[in-house]
Design a protein. Structure first.
Length: 179
């Protein structure tokens, strides 16, 4: 057990002694700006978890459907509420696109070079982020037919369990000290 502690100290000293190994363009996930950004993205995930099912069930809240003579449907944002909701969704899609690009340069203790970070992200959440964001952003005039793709963002619900993990660790440490 003491050897494990010493090994951890050696790893930390190597990180501090060799900061030149980490490229200047990589973002440390343990620094405050990244923590704040991740918190903001977590709020957007919560927004998606609440608004997406509501919009899918009550489509009229988000878009007005009109039928043309040739039996094709057209979608428009007629009311003020629909326009506001559309602008919020567009802003979230833009922020999610920025998040996709940032995920290629956010390093952690496990992945410290660009190739490792990018291969990990490409094998993990990238396809879900891409499918859940880019079609709605590219086809913004006909966003409703692609709106259901935002369900792929639900994979990030696991991000919401991270604070729960820290709370459980804290609660268990408090409980074990009382005994």
């Amino acid at each position: 057990m003491i050897d494990d502690i010493n090994d951890d100290d050696d790893d930390e000293s190597q990180i501090i002694e060799n900061p030149s190994k980490i490229k200047w363009y990589l973002i440390d996930t343990e620094k405050n700006p990244c923590i704040v950004w991740n918190f903001f993205i977590t709020l957007l995930i919560i927004y998606n978890l609440v608004v997406f099912p509501y919009v899918v069930v009550f489509k009229e809240v988000y878009v007005t459907t009109t039928s043309n003579d040739d039996s094709t449907l057209s979608y428009s944002f007629v009311t003020k509420t629909q326009n506001i909701l559309y602008k919020i969704e567009l802003a979230i899609d833009i922020i999610q696109t920025i998040e996709i690009f940032l995920n290629f340069i956010k390093y952690s203790r496990a992945h410290k070079d660009f190739s490792s970070i990018s291969s990990s992200y490409l094998q993990g959440y990238f396809i879900f982020d891409f499918v859940g964001t880019i079609p709605c952003l590219l086809f913004y005039n006909e966003q409703w037919p692609f709106y259901w793709l935002k369900v792929f963002r639900f994979i990030h619900i696991f991000r919401l369990t991270i604070p729960l993990k820290y709370f459980m660790h804290w609660a268990l440490s408090k409980y074990s000290k009382k005994r």
